[in-house]
Design a protein around this ligand. Structure first.
Ligand code: NAP
Ligand code: MG
Length: 410
């Protein structure tokens, strides 16, 4: 039995809600704390704690990630009207992910975890396709207007320096119709491009960016030009990492992605990212195998699972039933955060531990010890036989046994 691996600097830990909170504790108890000696700065982002602190705790957690550079986060409830009633909330608090992302000015990357026995629905996909979605503006901050009848709609820009306004005609309506005004910011597009480059360089994957500048000649050209400028600034680093940048039209990218073996980061505008991330996630298989990483333009990283708090399973857990919820993406949130900490600190043994944890998890799945969602995929049925999968705690214990065999601690 050897010593625990020492992690040099602090990791910010954000606890969450429901089934993911339950799995979070098991992952920590069985797979993290027995093996590494780490200083965790703990923030409880549970619904109850956010209510108690008037959501101050979320902002504190965001500041802590900015301070330490690495955070790992459990899924949290984003309250709606039903949740306000359920928890007796004084306010419909905002999504913690939105608060943290806004504070760090970050971009979210979604990436599938690949296992040999879980076959993507798209036969050519062998390596992950990572989606980076711009999270500001366009359709999501648009002004819309239903045009009731004949009349003219103009776009008017009034400069603050008092110079002449600019007026552009959108359309002379002869009858009813609809109109939309949307915008984006140079600064936000640049942060997005920078975050994409940081992540592509970290992961050593090619970067693709797609838009439609043939149609949106000013709008999408601004995106395209900013990406090219940021890429040009990091040419030497990209060469060293052996990665390339490719810009192409969004419809062409969709066609190429379907025929490609994967292993690239696809940067998408807000709406394209919304659509394509669901396509990629479903194409690869289970939500339990999707990672989510928030990266700020200056390289701060927060890792989490892409799925929510798995409420349906939690209701069963509350009745004392064992569930077969899949903790894989939560394990990878921890391993991803630990790996990034090790890379920042220059501690190879910490990076090796994170890789060993991921390896033990994938090998456990590939050996056939799986949770219910994966059994469904492997057997191609919505009702896999009960003896073909294990419950969550058994699954985590199987990974722990394998991990102990490889690194011999605890
Ligand atoms: P969800 O938690 O992602 O679960 C939806 C369904 O997907 C589950 O019922 C389950 O399907 C399957 N699933 C998801 N994760 C799984 C896992 N790890 N293992 C096995 N199956 C898994 O989405 P939701 O039920 O719509 O949302 C629940 C709560 O999560 C909401 O309050 C929402 O606000 C919150 N949420 C948080 C985040 C976040 O913090 N990042 C993200 C999304 C949603 P079956 O029922 O078929 O087994
Ligand atoms: Mg969506």
């Amino acid at each position: 039995m050897s010593e625990k691996i020492k992690v040099k600097n602090t990791i910010v830990e954000m606890d969450g809600d429901e089934m993911t909170r339950v799995m979070w504790a098991w992952v920590k108890d069985y797979l993290i704390m027995p093996f590494i000696d780490v200083n965790l700065e703990y923030y409880d982002l549970s619904m109850e704690k956010r209510e108690e602190t008037k959501d101050e705790i979320t902002l504190q957690a965001a500041k802590a990630i900015a301070n330490h550079g690495v955070g790992v986060k459990c899924a949290t409830i984003t309250p709606d009207a039903d949740r306000v009633k359920e928890f007796g909330l004084s306010k419909m608090w905002k999504s913690p992910n939105g608060t943290i992302r806004a504070y760090l000015d970050g971009t979210v990357f979604r990436e599938p975890i690949i296992c040999k026995n879980i076959h993507p629905f798209v036969r050519t996909w062998k390596k992950p396709i990572i989606i980076g979605r711009h999270a500001y503006g366009d359709e999501y901050k648009a002004t819309e207007f239903t045009v009731p009848g004949p009349g003219t709609v103009n776009l008017v820009y009034k400069p603050e320096d008092g110079s002449e306004p600019v007026t552009l005609e959108v359309h002379k309506f002869k009858g009813p119709g609809v109109v939309l005004g949307m915008h984006n910011l140079e600064s936000s597009i640049r942060s997005f491009a920078q975050s994409c480059l940081v992540y592509a360089l970290q992961q050593k994957v090619d970067l693709w960016f797609s838009a439609k500048q043939t149609i949106l000649k000013e709008y999408d050209t601004m995106f395209m030009d900013i990406f090219q400028e940021e890429v040009d600034k990091r040419k030497a680093e990209m060469e060293k990492a052996g990665i390339t940048y490719w810009y192409t039209l969004i419809d062409n990218t969709v066609a190429q992605a379907m025929k490609h073996e994967g292993g690239f980061l696809w940067a998408c505008k807000n709406r394209d990212g919304d659509v394509q991330s669901d396509m990629i996630a479903s194409g690869f298989g289970s939500l339990g195998l999707m990672k989510s990483v928030l990266v700020s333009p200056d390289g701060k990283v927060e890792t989490e699972a892409a799925h929510g708090t798995v409420t349906r399973h939690y209701r069963l857990y509350q009745q004392g039933k064992k569930t077969s919820s899949n903790p894989t993406a939560i394990i990878f949130a921890w391993s991803g955060g630990i790996k990034h900490r090790g890379q920042l600190d220059g501690t190879q043994d910490v990076v090796d531990f994170a890789n060993a944890l991921e390896d033990a998890t994938i090998k456990t799945i590939e050996s056939g010890t799986v949770t219910g969602d994966l059994a469904r995929l492997i057997q191609d049925t919505s009702t896999p036989s009960e003896d073909s999968y294990v419950n969550t705690e058994e699954f985590i214990q199987a990974i722990a046994r394998r991990l102990k065999e490889t690194i011999g601690v605890a």
